[in-house]
Design a protein around this ligand. Sequence first.
Ligand SMILES: [Zn+2]
Length: 236
Amino acid sequence: MMGGEIVKKQKIHEKTSGRHYSAVVLLVAFCVLSALVFVGAWQARLELPPYVGKKLTRSETDEVIARNSPLASYVHLSPNADFPRKSEIKKITIHHMGANLTLERLGESFAKKDRKASSNYGIDINGKVAIYVEEENRSWASSNAENDDMAVTIEVANETIGGDWRVSDEAYETLIELCTDICWRNGIEELVYTGDTNGNLTIHNMFREDTECPGYYLESRMADIAEKVNKNLNSS
Ligand SMILES: [Zn+2]
């Protein structure tokens, strides 16, 4: 073989292996980048927003209340929620606790991830209000994701357990005030109870047959709640 020919072949060989090297580097870079994007997305899914699942200071509590209903005095944010909700707020859904829990006890219950349940608000027997899921997020309350994406959900403490599942007059009055405030701040001009899911005032047993929630006492007063809320909205 002539000397010139060997040099030429060597040059071709160098050129080809140089290309291979670049391709391998590109492939490795692509893999690393993809892995980073994947890990980032996975972490974003697992990471809860700040203030969720932790004990808040007084100023952090006030900050959360300022973004939600000023009627609230207690905050314990539950991890059992979708952050943020997918729809704008158009509905309110009423629940009862099926018990007479303090706001703290209900907060502890909703803090347990394996319970997979929450509500935006809770009202105790004295008419005090708690925030468990901020309004901008979807609570896991009504056994219906579509409804909860549109609804602010409220749990009310029971004065009597079983039977007609009565709630206290204080809790009932607060419920009407809270519904008025939710409508007012979210631009809901009228609360309509149709007895089915077509109205914008809904109850848990519309979505789940095997629950009594919100109990006879509240269910029989839904039209009254809508009427009183609308009266408040018209006068304010
Ligand atoms: Zn319920």
